[in-house]
Write a protein that binds this ligand. Structure first.
Ligand code: F6P
Length: 323
């Protein structure tokens, strides 16, 4: 292997830049040429490649977003688009690629490698949602829960001043990892996530329980993918049944995707970027590099994207007992 490419794809996440930096500098350390591919798969189809030097990744470890940009690429989903992508990679002499992204990114890489096995793809898990198997904390997740925590703390200050009931929606289209950890970190009264089902009756009972205990405020964290359809809908249903408190809704939205990555994020993203290059040099392909219990683990793309990281029953128990 002489030349590799690196790209970011799907929803951007804080820590992606730290990972890019590590890929570039590790590649150079091992005598490889490295190019940045702009806008994910779109950049491969459009041959939007930029040569990278150690200097091109200076001063980015602390930045959110991604210097390589990200995009959704419909062309790459077609056979014709992938053929074009293959030709562009071959013409540029790229025989290995580090793909930083989530399930859509790895699905694309797996399909591409079935058709063109001579280009080796290795992945790094970049998504704030933490919805991949083979990784404890995906790149972006730690920063996102810290951002959510800071925002929820602020909401709690004002909620406490007027004994209000707040429904706060956090990101997580299919999973409740952000909701669960940010809820525990802020002492939320309850957390609604897609992985567990809660009826309106149960929710009203929980709110009544806390109301009777004369809590200064009641905070309900709602994952956006929760089955009742998000915080606005839940709040409407509850406020019809429970009129004792004044109710407000806040949707945290995309602030959770931005911002300077936490120290843990920067270190882990750097470690995974470095290990991804080492994996390519060792001839590995079709795997995602993850950190599980502080050890590097390689997980085949097909397994990583099954969304089967289970929600921890210990964390669920913490919400119930500690609220
Ligand atoms: O990055 C994942 C995610 O944050 C999801 O939780 C959310 O539903 C989605 O991205 C929204 O992203 P976009 O605005 O890019 O569609």
């Amino acid at each position: 292997m002489k030349k590799i490419g690196v790209f970011t794809s799907g929803g951007d996440a804080p820590g992606m830049n730290a990972c890019i930096r590590a890929v570039v500098r590790t590649a150079i350390h091992h005598g490889l040429e490295v190019v940045g591919i702009m806008k994910g798969y779109q950049g491969i189809v459009d041959k939007d490649f930029i040569p990278m030097t150690a200097h091109s990744v200076s001063n980015i470890i602390q930045q959110g977003g991604t210097i390589l940009k990200s995009a959704r690429c419909t062309e790459f989903r077609t056979k014709k688009g992938r053929k074009k992508a293959y030709k562009n990679l071959k013409a540029a002499g790229i025989d290995g690629v580090v793909a930083i992204g989530g399930d859509g990114t790895f699905t694309g890489a797996a399909v591409f490698m079935k058709e063109y096995p001579d280009i080796k793809f290795v992945g790094c898990p970049g998504t704030i949602d933490n919805d991949l198997h083979g990784i404890d904390f995906t790149i972006g997740y730690d920063t996102a829960i810290n951002t959510a925590m800071t925002a929820i703390d602020k909401i709690k200050d004002t909620a406490n001043a007027d004994a209000r009931l707040f429904f706060i929606e956090v990101m997580g289209r299919d999973v409740g990892f952000i909701a669960l950890r940010s809820g525990i970190a802020t002492g939320a009264e309850t957390v609604l996530i897609p992985e567990t089902s809660t009826s309106i009756e149960e929710l009203v009972e929980t709110i009544e329980y806390h109301y009777e205990r004369k809590k200064a405020s009641i905070i309900v964290i709602v994952a956006e993918g929760e089955e009742m359809g998000g915080a606005v809908k839940v709040a409407k249903k509850v406020s019809k049944r429970f009129t004792a408190l004044s109710t407000r809704v806040t949707i945290l939205g995309h602030i959770q995707r931005g911002g300077s990555p936490t120290a843990m994020e920067r270190v882990n993203a750097s470690w995974m970027g470095l290990e991804a290059v080492k994996a390519l040099l060792a001839g590995k392909k079709g795997i995602m590099v993850g950190i599980v219990k502080n050890e590097i683990m390689h997980t085949p793309f097909e397994k990583a994207i099954k969304h089967n990281q289970e929600i921890s029953s210990k964390l669920l128990e913490m919400v119930k007992i500690l609220a």
